[in-house]
Design a protein around this ligand. Structure first.
Ligand code: SAM
Length: 268
């Protein structure tokens, strides 16, 4: 059966459209999201409403952001959902999530994300982290492994450090390709990201953390000394008690924060 006949919509590759069709997986994701009226519930990429319908069922209002105009039209006329949805047609990467804030309410954001934009989208959302209670995302399994990696592992990288700087990261469940129509070429997994109310570290300027991690992980096989020589001397590393002979994946998030704060002090 073609996707079109099966779904009543032809999946668009350029929009990363792989629609969830496995009701067991859908139920488990909705249980993990735990929809409520105490938060502003926000879905990115509702598509054909596989998650939208069961999430909206138990709550008064659900905000959705969808890029595909055809899918937006369908949602606008959806017999059950149309009165509950606040629909924003557009690119979630450009969306100002502050627009959705209501007094005393944080956002709960979720979505089966288009994999081609999932990393920049998470970076975009981290900039609103103080207003977000939690996020649940379906991602490539490999990305979930990177988000939750420990120092010293192969998956540990810039995304790990930035995600764990802002959030507690909890892998929730793995999802095989057959749970989607059309099936993606990769394995998938759902992750819960919980932004810290009180971060275990304080970074004076997060842009410095972003640029240090980008530079440090640019060449993973090289040492910190080599990768960061424009920014830090051996003396700087000694002050922070960090061995400059280590590789970028061998130091912790708090050590990256210490490097960023040290650079901040030097620049004052
Ligand atoms: N939530 C549906 C599901 O689980 O079956 C659809 C998931 S599909 C993987 C990704 C959805 O995100 C599609 O509906 C796609 O049109 C939408 N999308 C793609 N790029 C987007 C963007 N930049 N901003 C908002 N939505 C986007």
């Amino acid at each position: 059966m073609s996707n079109k006949v099966h779904l009543g919509h032809t999946a668009r590759k350029r929009f990363g459209q792989n629609f969830l069709t496995d009701s067991n997986i859908i139920n488990r994701i909705v249980a993990a999201i735990s929809p409520d009226n105490e938060h502003v519930m926000v879905e990115i990429g509702p598509g054909l409403a596989a998650l939208t319908e069961p999430v909206a069922e138990g709550i008064d209002r659900l905000t959705v952001i969808e890029l595909d105009r055809d899918l937006v039209e369908r949602l606008k006329h959806h017999p059950v959902l149309k009165d509950k949805l606040e629909i924003h047609q557009g690119d979630a990467l450009q969306f100002d999530f502050n627009k959705l804030l209501q007094p005393g309410k944080k956002l709960k954001v979720f979505g089966n994300l288009p994999y081609n934009i999932s990393t920049p989208l998470m970076f975009h959302l981290f900039s609103f982290a103080e207003h977000i209670a939690n996020m649940h995302f379906m991602l490539q399994k490999e990305v979930v492994l990177r988000l939750s990696a420990a120092p010293g592992s192969k998956a540990y990288g810039r995304l790990t450090v930035m995600a764990q700087y802002y959030c507690q990261v909890v892998p929730v469940l793995e999802v095989p390709p057959q749970s989607f129509t059309p099936p993606p070429k990769v394995d998938s997994a759902v992750v819960r990201l919980i932004p810290y109310e009180q971060k275990p570290w304080q970074c004076h300027d997060v842009h410095l953390l972003e640029s240090i991690t980008a530079t440090a992980f640019n060449m993973r096989r090289k040492t910190l000394r080599n990768n960061l020589k424009q920014l830090f001397s051996d003396e700087d590393f000694a002050t922070l008690n960090i061995d400059p002979g280590m590789r970028p994946e061998q130091i912790s998030v708090s050590q990256y924060v210490a490097l960023a704060n040290h650079l901040y002090q030097k620049q004052q």
